[in-house]
Design a protein around this ligand. Structure first.
Ligand code: AMP
Length: 444
């Protein structure tokens, strides 16, 4: 196993790494750091939670320390990810004299303008906000020598292709380009071909240490059975839970239904102000709330290590989102659970797309189907969100005590979730081993 002192890093950097508590480099760090230090273009396939942020921050800081001017630009898909990346640059760059400015939607334009005018060494930005500053003439990118695309797949999924073009056109071609992506969808490869110069590829081979131990399960059930199933899961599951829903309205609806019965639930979506979002994440991290309901965009920025269970209340629109969602649990070698609620027929295509993305042969036609769906009960759906979209002020709570039943360091515990048979449509059995076989293959 490679040790930090074998990566040609300065003694100051080794001290900062020690202070951060990073005992040994993760696989993505072992492979990427030497290539980035050489100044090469590097295309990295890595999951969130693999230590990818430090795998570009550490070598980039080492390369550019001591130089004056704005040399480094990191693009992030969401505000939260940009803030986290900015914080990692601060942690490793500031002590070595590199200043970082983070530019994100929702923050004050004049404040960011002033910060940009102070010639920071590093800019971390979301593409939309950076284009805004470019249009206003608040920033020039002529001096950028290192361009980093973090979570490139996500940026493209979010429709930032045009902004990415605008930004890359303004950066000198003679530069280092680093691209990180959890998945290599064709559009990511296309972008890499157009903006990178003969990149070295780093793909982290799955190993016991780097593969998240996520026990996944799929429940075929009709819409009106989702909320009772979720209630049951929330009641039986002792640890923290992130619930992903497909839209802001849906997040709010799920939160309201749960909130009626439980007071340890909060939510996050893009209609909340930046402050409200930060408060929701901070309170979830601190354990004040045990359950967080989120949209895909918001969920991506949540860096919490001990999430016990990810629930896909709705099958994600894009198969790639499935990987990102479940990546919120099973982080850093810990174990976790992921449960996906899928509606028979309606969600089959989405489930197949996930299977395809994971390189698992799609099962043959499913022939076992649940009984026809009864008419949805509106009481299960909860009231539609009205104008009061702000989170209801919730009383301060004691941090949740994680019970011994969930030990993130230990082997995946047996799911406590028990659902009445009439609640769950049978999972079709396949020659290939059915869904459980598929689950086993996912991380084999
Ligand atoms: P990332 O994949 O960049 O989202 O990182 C996930 C988490 O791993 C963050 O909380 C980092 O602080 C942490 N981390 C990164 N590198 C290491 C390391 N070598 N050892 C321990 N923790 C790390």
């Amino acid at each position: 196993m490679t040790a930090w002192n074998e990566l040609n890093l300065s003694s100051e950097m080794l001290t900062l790494i020690e202070n951060a508590g990073y005992k040994a480099p993760t696989p993505v760090q072992c492979q990427s750091i030497p290539l980035v230090m050489e100044g090469l273009d590097v295309l990295v396939s890595s999951q969130t939670g693999s230590g990818k942020t430090a795998s570009f921050v550490i070598p980039v800081v080492e390369r550019f320390k001591g130089k004056n001017g704005t040399y480094i630009l990191a693009l992030s898909p969401t505000r939260e990810i940009a803030q986290q990346t900015g914080a990692v640059f601060e942690a490793f760059g500031k002590p070595l004299g590199l200043r970082t400015v983070v530019c994100i939607g929702g923050a004050s334009i004049p404040v960011e303008k002033e910060a940009l005018a102070s010639s920071p060494h590093i800019i971390v930005a979301t593409p939309g906000r950076l284009c805004d500053h470019l249009e206003r003439g608040n920033v020039w990118l002529d001096f950028i020598q290192c361009l980093i695309f973090d979570e490139a797949d996500r940026m493209l999924e979010m429709g930032f292709a045009k902004q990415i073009d605008t930004i890359t056109e303004q950066i000198p071609k003679q530069r280092q380009t680093l691209m990180f992506s959890a998945t290599f969808a064709p559009r990511v490869e296309k972008l890499a071909r157009s903006v990178m110069n003969d990149p070295k590829e780093v793909t982290i081979v799955k190993s016991e240490a780097s593969t998240p131990k996520i026990e996944q399960r799929l429940l075929w059930l009709y819409e009106e059975k989702k909320m009772p199933a979720l209630m049951r899961l929330a009641q039986d599951e002792p640890g923290t839970i992130i619930i992903f829903a497909k839209s802001k309205e849906r997040v709010y609806q799920v939160w309201r239904s749960l909130h009626g019965k439980k007071d340890d639930v909060t939510y996050i979506h893009s209609d909340l102000t930046q402050e409200q979002r930060e408060a929701a994440i901070a309170e979830f991290k601190s354990g004040r709330y045990r359950i967080l309901v989120a949209t895909d965009v918001m969920g991506r920025g949540i860096d919490v290590d001990d999430v016990a269970h990810v629930v896909n209340y709705d099958v994600p629109r894009e198969a790639e989102d499935y990987i990102h969602r479940i990546g919120r649990t099973g982080r850093r070698g810990k174990s976790g659970h992921a449960t996906t609620f899928a509606i028979p027929v309606k969600d089959e295509q989405g489930i197949r797309a996930i299977e395809k993305l994971r390189g698992v042969t799609s099962p043959a036609e499913r022939d076992v189907r649940p009984a026809p769906a009864p008419a949805p009960k509106f009481s299960d759906r909860g009231p539609r969100p009205v104008s009061d979209k702000q989170p209801v002020k919730q009383p301060a709570k004691e941090p949740v005590k994680k019970t011994a039943a969930f030990n993130p360091e230990g082997p995946a515990p047996k799911l406590k979730l028990t659902l009445k048979s009439d609640m769950v449509a049978p999972v079709p059995e396949k020659k290939s081993g059915g869904f459980m076989g598929w689950i086993k293959k996912l991380f084999s």
